[in-house]
Design a protein around this ligand. Sequence first.
Ligand code: FES
Length: 173
Amino acid sequence: MFKKKNQMKTREAASLTPRRRFLNMLWWLLGGLALAELIGLVIAFIKPGKAMQPLEGYGGLITCGQAADFPAGTVTAFQRGHFYLSRLENGGFLALSRKCTHLGCTVIWDEEKSRFECPCHASAFNLMGDVISKPAPRALDYYAVNIENSVVTVDTGKKMKRQRFSADQVTAI
Ligand code: FES
């Protein structure tokens, strides 16, 4: 009886059509690939990756350049960082958010009038970001400025709110 069963199996295997054999092989191959991919994912998950580096862009540190490149009383836009770098008359630096404190429109620096203007509801701010024309309820937000070896960097990961300008917000050389 056992011998008879084995003979039947051998006959079944021999009777597989080439198409059926091909499909069986394909299934084994696809199963093997899926297993290899799963093992790769597990290894990638377990293995420690590279340490996170601070990004050079909005939300991270932005290198602005040499302090001497920014004359007193000027404003420089940093599109990538979404801020304006103000060099005050006393030589200090302030990095101002370009977002209006009324409803969040982007303020624009007007060189001739020497002030920031909001195109949405006409708020205006001075070089330090203080409100000079409402409806904006408070001064522009600002970011931490650091000066090391005369190189100015702004940390756009640290946005600070304020009611008005005060001297302690300024970074001096
Ligand atoms: S959003 Fe700037 S004044 Fe309204």
